[in-house]
Design a protein around this ligand. Structure first.
Ligand SMILES: NC(=O)c1ccc[n+]([C@@H]2O[C@H](COP(=O)([O-])OP(=O)(O)OC[C@H]3O[C@@H](n4cnc5c(N)ncnc54)[C@H](OP(=O)(O)O)[C@@H]3O)[C@@H](O)[C@H]2O)c1
Length: 322
C-alpha cells in the first residue's frame, strides 16, 4: 500500500509523485510586515530540499524562483548526483495581475484582456521559464488561475481559458511538457473548458486544500474525469492556528508523528498530491516520511469533518473568478 501511494497515474500514463516541494517563497497570510514573494529564500531551501530527497518541485513563472531552481539543479546534474529523468518539474503560466500590496513582478503577470495576443504571451513566458530552468521540457504545465481577479466579462474569460488550453495542447504535442493541467479551477471552469476544447482534458487540478478548506464535490468531479487533485498550501501556509487543532494534535500523538505529517498523510491517503513548503531541513525530511504509518478510516473521517464549515483560504476564492 505504501509504495502505491508514492505516485499517482495521470490520464496519459505519466506518473506524478504524490509529494512535491513547493517553490513559492514569501508571505501572503500576514505573518510578517512584508507581503509578497521572496525568491531569494529559494537558494537555501531548494538545496536543502534536494538533500532531503525531494525529486519533484512545484514552481511557477510568477514565483521568480525558476532561475534559482535551474542553477541548483544544474549543479546536481553536472556532478552526476541527479539525472533529468529522476526529476518531476511543474510550472504554471497565466497568472493574472494581482493587488499592488503583493509585490508580483508586472513582467510575470498579465490579464488576458490586456495583452495583444494570449498565445504569443504564453509562448514567450514559457520560453523564459525554460531558459531560466535551462531545461528543454517540463513535466507538468498548469494554467495558474482561471482568469482575472476582478473580471466581469464571463464570455471573454471563458474564451480566454479555451485559447490558453489550446496553446497548452500545442506545447504538449511538441513534447515541451509531459503533462498539462490547471490550477484554481472550480467544477464550472472545468466543465466549460472541457465543453469548449474536448481534445485533451486537464490531467491535474491544483487547488488550495487543507483541513480547513475542503471541497469533496470538486474531488469527486475530478475523479470522474481522471483529473488528479493536487493540494496546495497543505498547512494553510501556517495560518488559522490549524497546526494546533486539537483533533490533529491528538491523531499526531497517537502515531508519534507531527501534525504536519498527519495532514500530508491524510491528503495522500485520500488520493491527492501535496505540495508542502518548508525552510527547515528537519521538517522537509518529515514531510517526505509519510509512507510508514497510516491513518484509520475513523481518523480520516475526523479530519474530513474539520472542513464542514466555511472554507478558510490563504489565496483568493476561485469561485469569484468568472
Ligand atoms: N497554484 C497556486 O495558486 C498556489 C498557491 C499557493 C501555493 N502554491 C504551492 O503550494 C506550496 C505550499 O504552499 P505554501 O508555501 O503557501 O504553504 P504550506 O506548505 O501550506 O505552509 C508552509 C508553512 O508551513 C510550515 N511547515 C512546513 N512543514 C511543516 C511541518 N511538518 N510541521 C509544521 N509546520 C510546517 C512552514 O514553516 P517552516 O518553513 O518553518 O518549516 C511554513 O510556515 C507553494 O510553495 C506553492 O508551490 C500554489
Amino acid at each position: 500500500m505504501s509504495d502505491e501511494l508514492q505516485c499517482l497515474n495521470l490520464q496519459n500514463g505519466v506518473k506524478i509523485p504524490s509529494v512535491a516541494f513547493g517553490c513559492a517563497f514569501g508571505d501572503w497570510v500576514g505573518k510578517s510586515d512584508f507581503q509578497g514573494f521572496l525568491p531569494e529564500q529559494a537558494w537555501y531551501a531548494v538545496n536543502a530540499a534536494l538533500d532531503a530527497g525531494y525529486t519533484a518541485l512545484d514552481g511557477a513563472h510568477v514565483y521568480g524562483t525558476e532561475r534559482i531552481v535551474g542553477s541548483i539543479l544544474g549543479q546536481r546534474l553536472a556532478s552526476g548526483a541527479l539525472q533529468r529523468e529522476e526529476l518531476f518539474i511543474t510550472t504554471k503560466l497565466a497568472h493574472p495581475a494581482a493587488p499592488p500590496h503583493i509585490n508580483l513582478s508586472h513582467l510575470r503577470t498579465w490579464d488576458a484582456d490586456k495583452v495583444d495576443s494570449i498565445e504569443e504571451r504564453l509562448k514567450d513566458d514559457f520560453a523564459r521559464t525554460l531558459d531560466d530552468l535551462a531545461f528543454g521540457y517540463v513535466d507538468l504545465l498548469l494554467i495558474h488561475w482561471p482568469g482575472t481577479f476582478a473580471g466581469t466579462d464571463a464570455s471573454f474569460a471563458r474564451e480566454a481559458r479555451a485559447r490558453i488550453w489550446k496553446t497548452f495542447i500545442e506545447l504538449y504535442k511538441k513534447g515541451a511538457t509531459r503533462a498539462i493541467g490547471v490550477s484554481n479551477f472550480t467544477k464550472e471552469h472545468l466543465t466549460s473548458l472541457m465543453e469548449d476544447v474536448s481534445e485533451i482534458k486537464p490531467m491535474v487540478n491544483q487547488v488550495e486544500y487543507h483541513p480547513y478548506c475542503q471541497d469533496r464535490s470538486l474531488q469527486e468531479f475530478c475523479q470522474e474525469h481522471h483529473i488528479v487533485l493536487a493540494a496546495y498550501a497543505p498547512f494553510a501556509s501556517g495560518a488559522f492556528s490549524m497546526l494546533k487543532d486539537p483533533v490533529l494534535v491528538k491523531i499526531a500523538e497517537n502515531h508519534r508523528v507531527s501534525v504536519g505529517q498527519v495532514i500530508l498523510r491524510w491528503h495522500v491517503q485520500s488520493g491527492r498530491c501535496v505540495l508542502p513548503k518548508s525552510s527547515n531541513p528537519k521538517r522537509m525530511k518529515q514531510n517526505l516520511a509519510l509512507f510508514d504509518f497510516s491513518l484509520s478510516d475513523e481518523e480520516i473521517a475526523q479530519i474530513d469533518a474539520l472542513g464542514s464549515g466555511d472554507p478558510q483560504r490563504t489565496c483568493p476564492d476561485p469561485s469569484s473568478i468568472v
